[in-house]
Design a protein around this ligand. Structure first.
Ligand SMILES: *Cc1c(COP(=O)(O)O)cnc(C)c1O
Length: 406
């Protein structure tokens, strides 16, 4: 159900109407770039939730582990099981909350590691584990709320929470962590307040005689911002995929996008002046124009809100999208491209010649974030792994020093 039907190589693309190309070389490059910011003893957890932000979790996980990550983070139990079924044995943290004995049993059986957010959850975990006599104590990760106001126990209650979990015979504390709410914003004050609360909580836990084994706080933005936020491990998602978590962090590393979205032209024709194009006639031809229909639409994850507001790349040139984006198809004004024919490849996100269109471009147009764009590509698009040196992004100012080639 979960995983993408991965197909490797260029031959398969010939059969496809539309597809997502994933470049494991870019993922490996990004992992090595991130590792440069870390001390050798600092662990890198590759966040591969939501099917690795739409890139395909098993391939990304495998690639990241080979390139220098040692932990994996997912949101849900099925996401963790999918990685185990693909043969991955690295430790996997479930970032989301777990509340039922059935979930705890699945976690133990698949050797996943849960987050404990409250004393109530700790009791449920311990009781469920008591019945599973064949298992060793369950490794758990305590989540503190230092200001995100999402999951976790309030940082001021951290010592009592840690003492309680330690007193439960079937649980073993592996790490204590928290999550930052504003690490991608240029003003660091809220992030520093959260860091201060985290340190206060850890100091209080030490005072009651508990040595926390591992501490972690940083997402991609915090990882790129300050080594003081790295602690024993960083949890990076977006940066793995080659996107900067914020404009002001764009120049910290040479990150390369790993995902491209491509589709084929399915019909080319001339439309006379004054004709409405697509549902609602939201585009009317100002003159006679050459129009191309492309076999991709909002059911594939191209947001309908991009209607008349997006461009694509064909033969290294920018081309305007026209008329309402429909479920399976969209239209282009290709008047400037002579002799265009059915079957030619259109790049919706990615690169062609010296031109680039990134998830950030779509996110800016739609007033959202690149994370949401990447997660939006649907299962109808096959993921095809294509290993190639990914081009430098226009904004990258840091030299890659040959990282790209192993
Ligand atoms: C998703 C997530 C991350 C990764 O965030 P990025 O900004 O993509 O690096 C880290 N920690 C937690 C708890 C998360 O849910």
């Amino acid at each position: 159900m979960l995983g993408w039907d991965y197909r490797f190589g260029l031959a398969e693309i010939e059969r496809e109407r539309a597809w997502v190309e994933i470049n494991p070389v870019a993922i490996a490059h990004n992992v090595r770039q991130i590792r440069r910011l870390l001390l050798p003893q600092t662990a890198l957890m590759a966040i591969v939730k939501a099917d690795a932000y739409g890139h395909g979790a098993p391939l990304v996980a495998q690639t990241a582990l080979e390139a220098g990550a040692s932990w994996l983070g997912v949101a849900t139990i099925p996401e963790g099981i999918e990685l185990r079924e693909s043969g991955i044995s690295a430790p996997i943290l479930i970032l989301g909350a777990v509340n039922t004995p059935e979930q705890v049993r699945a976690i133990a059986r698949w050797q996943l590691q849960p987050t404990v957010c409250s004393p109530k959850q700790a009791f449920i975990f311990s009781e469920a584990m008591a019945e599973l006599t064949e298992f060793a104590p369950l490794p758990v990760h305590l989540k503190l709320d230092t200001g995100m106001s999402r999951l976790g126990t309030d940082w001021q209650d951290a010592p009592a929470f840690a003492q309680l979990v330690r007193s439960l015979p079937h649980l073993k504390i592996v790490s204590i962590y928290s999550h930052l709410a504003t690490a991608d914003e240029p003003d660091p004050s809220v992030m520093r307040q959260q860091q201060h609360r985290f340190e206060q909580a850890i100091a209080a836990i030490r005072r009651v005689g508990i040595q926390p084994p591992q501490l972690h706080l940083a997402n991609s933005a915090a990882t790129l911002t300050d080594p003081a936020l790295h602690y024993d491990m960083v949890r990076t998602g977006l940066a793995l995929y080659g996107l900067s978590p914020a404009p002001h962090l764009q120049h910290v590393l040479d990150l390369r996008p790993a995902l491209q979205v491509k589709a084929r032209i399915t019909q080319v024709k001339t439309i006379p002046a004054g004709r409405g194009v697509s549902y609602g006639y939201r585009f009317v031809t100002p003159r006679s124009l050459r129009m191309a229909v492309v076999g991709i639409g909002y059911a594939d994850g191209v947001p309908r809100q991009l209607t008349n507001r997006m461009q694509v790349l064909i033969r290294g040139q920018r081309v305007k999208q026209i008329g309402t984006i429909t479920m399976d198809q969209l239209m282009l004004d290709v008047s400037d491209l002579p002799n265009l024919t059915e079957g030619e490849v259109v790049t919706l996100l990615g690169w062609d010649g010296s031109e680039r269109i990134t998830a950030d471009d779509w996110a800016n147009t739609l007033n959202t974030i690149s994370w949401e764009i990447l997660c939006g590509f649907k299962h109808r698009l096959p993921r095809i792994a294509v290993s190639a040196p990914p081009p430098k992004s226009n904004s990258a100012s840091v030299e890659s020093k040959g990282d790209l080639y192993f």
